[in-house]
Ligand binder design. Sequence first.
Ligand SMILES: Cc1ncc(COP(=O)(O)O)c(C=O)c1O
Length: 326
Amino acid sequence: MDYANNILETIGNTPLVKLNKLTAELPCLVLAKYETFNPGNSVKDRMALQMVEDAEAAGLLKPGGTIIEGTSGNTGMGLALAAVVKGYRMICVISDKQSKEKVDILKAVGSEVYVCPTDVAPDDSQSYYSTARRLSEEIPNSWYVNQYDNPSNTKAHYLSTGPEIWEQTDGKVTHFVVGVGTGGTVSGVGGYLKEQNPNIKVWGIDTYGSVFKKYHETGIFDENEIYPYVTEGIGEDILPKNVNFDIIDGFTKVTDKDAAVYTQRLAKEEGMFLGNSAGAAIKGLLQLKEHFTKDDVVVVLFHDHGSRYVGKMFNDDWMREKGYIE
Ligand SMILES: Cc1ncc(COP(=O)(O)O)c(C=O)c1O
C-alpha cells in the first residue's frame, strides 16, 4: 500500500507545468511551479509546517498550545492544517482587504479569525501585525509565528521548493521569477538555486504601493511609495527579515489591473485556475521579456488557487466596478 500517514505528509513535490499560450511571444521555455497541489492549495503549506516543527523542536510551541499568526490567508491555512493534525488551537489575524473566501476557508479548518483594518500603519495598535502580537502576549502558552521574520520560512523553501525546481529542470533552470511578500519563497528558492549555479537570475515581482523595488534599487525605504493596493499576497509596507535583497537581481512592478486581468487570462487561456499573485507573476515575467533568450529555462512560481478569488478577480461585476474590464 502507498499512503501518507496524515495530510501533512502530502506537502511538497508539486508539478512543473509548461506555459503555452500566454508566453507564446517569448523565445524561451517557461515552466510554472504549480503550488496549488499542496493540501492547503498554496505554497505556504511548506513554510507553515517547517515553522511549526522548528518551534516544537525549540520548545516555543508546547502541547496544548495556541498558534497565533497575522496572515493574508495562505500561511494561516497551512498552519491550521498543522494545528488540526498536531492538536493545537489556531488563531489567524487577517486584514480586511483580503477576500471573504480566505476568512471562511480558515474557519472551515478550525481556525479562529480576527479581521483588522488595512488602512492603518503597521505600528498602529489596530493593525494586524500589532493585534497578532498583542494576542500572543495575552494568551498563555501561545506562540506568535511571525512569518515575516521567522527564518524557518526561508529555510522551508531552501530545503524543499528550491531542490525540487533544480531536480525537475535537471539543473537547466536559468531564471526564477516569483512574487515577493514575506520573502520566504524568493530567498529560499533563489538562495538554493544560486548555490547550485551562481549564474541563475532571480527576479522578484512587486506591486505599486509597496516599498521593495525602490529599496532594492536605492537602499531607501521610501514611505511615499506606500499606499493601499488591490493585489493580494505580494508587496509590503515593511522590510521583512525574510527578504534577502542580495540574492534578488531585480524587481518589476505590476499594476493591480494587470494582475487581475492576467489572473483571468491564466484560467481562460492556460486552464490554470490560480490566485491573484499568479496573475501578477506571469504579467511581470512578460514585462521582463528582453532578459530572456532562446535557450533559457524560466521558472515562475504560482502561489495559490483561484477558488480564493471567486468574489473578486473571477467575478466580472467586481472586475467592472474596479474598471479592470469593460
Ligand atoms: C497568494 C500569495 N502570493 C504570494 C505570496 C508571497 O510569498 P512570500 O511570502 O514567500 O514572499 C504570498 C504570501 O503570503 C501569498 O499568499
